[in-house]
Design a protein around this ligand. Structure first.
Ligand SMILES: Nc1nc2c(c(=O)[nH]1)N[C@H]1C(S)=C(S)[C@@H](COP(=O)(O)O)O[C@H]1N2
Ligand SMILES: [Mo]
Length: 319
């Protein structure tokens, strides 16, 4: 993961809708980047753990053909309207209460049913992977949605690298547990740490990515710095933030929202307009920034790519 010098940022990388925001942000970011470059040294260019934090430009990103061409949700909305209960339960809380969170240095464990378990510094974990920009829709179970230009790499590539054994049927993910750094964890609204899981074929699907950034920069804290999952055909809560552990398991792992309310949130949690949440409809959603609601699409519009994963399954039973 390399730091991009401010003059290298081409106008072609900036969308017209967000041009103003990006310019404004560019001014503040260049200060961070300069500090990071000074520490890391231009020759090496690798992230300096103490200096590089949210806002640092990522370098060497290729564009993915899996991206949607829909209009992007502005950076401001993507980073100030969040669900991240570790920093509070209101949408504005994460932006406010994650301000002092320093994601780096970050240690990540890979364990369970695989031949090559290990403990990594984030940089070493990311290094073998080609960063891609993936513009995906994110649809929250609360019936709002966004279009976000993620930067990440396929989870499938990561999984192959650790050589799961034949016993690995699921992949389990765990968020950092550190109430001193994540003040929302002093509230018992959830059973901490936040955990999530995917069936192996879902985890291996080419649309599933681990994200390390958005809008061309390291993940902002409210979006799950420094590493999060993104599964675009599932409700937003499956996309677990600030991951410290990835484990291969033989049995279906527990998932946080399922433990809170099993009749409301299943293990699969596929976006499904035909299966209502017990307390509200899932037929429509409001794209953040829009005045009117739009219909919610099966599998969040990714049905052509993912419907076959669930062939023969009763999606009212396995919601
Ligand atoms: N650790 C953790 N991950 C989490 C959450 C959370 O509270 N804690 N909220 C989820 C929910 S409900 C949604 S909709 C998405 C929101 O992602 P975004 O803020 O980047 O849009 O993050 C998901 N990942
Ligand atoms: Mo959500």
């Amino acid at each position: 993961m390399l730091i991009k010098k401010p003059p290298d940022i081409k106008p072609s990388e900036i969308t017209s809708k967000s041009l103003f925001l990006r310019r404004r942000e560019f001014l503040s970011v260049s200060i961070n980047s300069t500090a990071a470059i000074a520490t890391a040294g231009l020759a090496g260019g690798l992230l300096a753990p103490s200096a590089a934090q949210a806002g640092t430009k990522l370098q060497g990103i290729v564009k993915s053909p899996f991206s949607t061409k829909e209009e992007l949700t502005p950076y401001e909305d993507v980073t100030t309207y969040n669900n991240f209960y570790e920093f509070g339960t209101n949408k504005e809380d994460p932006a406010e209460y994650s301000k002092d969170f320093k994601p780096l240095p970050w240690t990540l464990k890979v364990e369970g049913a695989c031949n090559k378990p290990g403990t990594f510094q984030l940089e070493d974990f990311i290094k073998p992977h080609q960063l891609e920009e993936r513009i995906y829709r994110l649809r929250c179970v609360e019936a709002w949605s966004m279009v976000i230009p993620w930067v990440g790499f396929p989870l499938a590539d990561v999984i192959k690298r650790f050589e799961p054994t034949g016993n690995a049927k699921y992949v389990a993910f765990t968020t950092l547990l550190d109430p001193k750094r994540m003040p929302g964890q002093t509230n018992s609204v959830l059973d901490w740490p936040y955990v999530e899981g995917l069936r192996m074929d879902e985890a291996m699907h080419p649309l599933t990515i681990l994200a390390v950034g958005l809008y061309g920069e390291m993940l902002p804290n409210p979006n799950g710095a420094p590493l999060r999952l993104v599964v675009p055909w599932k409700y937003g809560f499956k996309s677990i933030k600030s991951i410290v552990k990835i484990a291969f398991t033989e049995t279906q792992p527990p998932t946080t929202w399922n433990m809170v309310a099993p009749n409301e949130y299943g293990f699969y949690s596929n976006v499904n307009p035909n299966h209502d949440h017990p307390r509200w409809t899932q037929k429509k959603e409001r794209r953040i920034g829009d005045l009117f609601k739009r219909p919610t699409l099966m599998f969040n519009g990714y049905a052509d790519q993912v419907a076959s994963l669930y062939a023969g399954m009763d999606l009212d039973k396995y919601y």
